[in-house]
Ligand binder design. Sequence first.
Ligand SMILES: OCN(O)CCCc1ccccc1
Ligand code: NI
Length: 186
Amino acid sequence: MITMKDIVREGHPALRKRGAKVEFPLSDEHKALAKEMLEYLHNSQDDEIAAKYGLRAGVGLAAPQLGKSIQMTALFVPSYYEDEEPYLDEVWINPRIIRESVKRACLREGEGCLSVDRDVPGMVVRAARITVQYYTVDGEKITRKLDGYEAIVVQHEIDHLNGVMFYDHIDKENPLNIPTGVNVLG
Ligand SMILES: OCN(O)CCCc1ccccc1
Ligand code: NI
């Protein structure tokens, strides 16, 4: 199982490279990696397992964070309501944003990252609504629109696949400034 020791931290080259496109059909190695990445997210959001193995909770995990410079990310965003299906619970292959709104959004609390062992305060301003195109592990091509918290998470993950870190988006001069018209979430 993936634990924190498998997650590379700032300074590791894989975090600053664009990942290579994943070929289909997925190799056994890539299939196993996809499964393990999603498992990490489930484990990290299970209080008992997370405490037992010292896992930091995450709603996303991108392959470059494991030192694997490929275009693969796992997403596990539980729904707001316990008894409802999670909003996102899958692995996306070769995802790309094909459209984004002019409207911007950010999380009131800012963002963090499993590959960043420090707090980096500041507004991470992103597109409020995106249209993404990705492949499932079975090679099915999906086009999907997202908004709200999921849109923020997916942009954070796709950034990782392109060597971008969340703090690259923070305004150095005025990190806590919320530009006019930006939706503040949370
Ligand atoms: O790359 C995923 N990872 O570092 C876990 C944190 C994910 C995340 C945190 C805040 C806002 C969006 C996404
Ligand atoms: Ni991250």
